[in-house]
Write a protein that binds this ligand. Structure first.
Ligand SMILES: [Zn+2]
Length: 345
């Protein structure tokens, strides 16, 4: 069987988890009698009303897709992402080769250093949940992994699909909800999800799905926002409480309003941003046999007032971003904003 066919073979109905039959127009589950359509010959969408009961949950997910999908349509055209889609395949491969250490090592995650820590990713099947601009999927495919770039939104799933294809990597994009992963049980070697699952309306269900689709001894690499951090605990949550958002609901709305502003389009509100303590994360992953946690990603901009100070004449020469980043590295494991979770099934 060809590699691409092998990968198609692990796709399953998100409702009953049985195998699908494929055609030019999409995929079909005979047991549930559901068609999953492929629009414009690109990615298959596994979002369908049959997954959402009661019916109002289907309206809710469409609203959530509206926020993130329109957000991604906008973000993919901005300079921090647009350059990825202007490169030819050779330039893109070069980028993947050079930046796998440079850019992604900032995220400080072992899966991103396969050459050093994991061995080659060839013969591994990886699921990238919340593939966004597609850069993570690009790196996995470049390292030889058969890669499924999954996102709740079509623009992002298509971006992942495009980049994997562009370097002639093995894999494709799919549009799906992490609470209903359209893969068979025990089918992938690793799951990677960076800064995404804290937006899931039911994160426990998403983590249970990750556990289900991982093979025995497979690993999940998940990054969540952490509550006990300068960026969230102090700058957003404490600030929110001090400005009078003292009920649980008010505080939730305050956190949603003050995060992910870069994805805001028109009058759409960020539906949900959650943060997690280490203990909460351990509970979420309790069905895994091993779990490892550490905090990362403390940045100079997380220190209140420092940006202003660093902008002053004279000080701006001394307090450069690079200098500050080096000086505050030691704070990352204490008050960093990212909770890096490695969990083994
Ligand atoms: Zn089915």
């Amino acid at each position: 069987m060809q590699k691409q066919d092998q990968l198609l073979n692990i796709l399953a109905c998100p409702k009953c988890h049985t195998g699908l039959s494929f055609s030019e127009t999409g995929a079909y589950c005979g047991s549930c009698n559901i068609n999953f359509e492929r629009e414009d010959g690109k990615v298959i969408s596994f979002i369908c009303k049959e997954l959402y009961e009661p019916a109002e949950n289907f309206s809710k997910i469409k609203e959530i897709i509206g926020f993130w999908g329109n957000g991604w349509k906008k973000r993919l055209k901005e300079p921090d992402h647009a350059f990825l889609y202007e490169k030819d395949s050779e330039e893109l491969r070069k980028f993947a080769d050079e930046k796998v250490d440079n850019v992604l090592s900032k995220i400080d995650h072992p899966i991103l250093h396969p050459k050093r820590e994991m061995g080659s990713l060839t013969d591994k099947i990886g699921l990238n949940i919340g593939c966004g601009c597609g850069e993570e999927s690009l790196h996995f495919a470049y390292q030889g992994a058969s890669t499924i770039a999954m996102d709740l939104t079509r623009p992002a799933a298509e971006a992942g699909n495009y980049l994997i294809n562009k370097i002639e990597g093995d894999g494709f994009g799919i549009q799906a909800d992490s609470r209903f992963i359209p893969l068979k049980d025990n089918s992938v070697d690793f799951v990677f999800s960076l800064g995404v699952l804290h937006h899931s309306p039911d994160i426990q269900r998403s983590i249970n799905e990750i556990h289900r689709v991982l093979k025995e001894n497979g690993k999940a690499f998940i990054i969540l926002y952490t509550t006990w951090s300068m960026a969230f605990g102090v700058q957003i949550i404490l600030k929110g409480i001090l400005s009078g958002n003292i009920t649980k609901d008010k505080l939730k709305r305050h956190v949603n309003k003050n995060t992910e502003g870069a994805w805001k389009t028109e009058s759409r509100e960020n539906p949900l941003t959650d943060t997690f303590t280490g203990n909460e994360a351990r509970r979420l992953f309790k069905s895994f046999k091993k779990i490892n946690l550490r905090k990362t990603d403390f940045r100079p901009t997380n220190i209140p007032g420092l940006s202003k100070l660093a902008g002053l004449p004279g000080l701006n020469l001394l307090l450069t971003k690079e200098f500050l980043e080096k000086r505050i590295q030691w704070l990352s494991p204490i008050i960093g904003s990212a909770l890096n979770i490695t969990a083994e099934k």
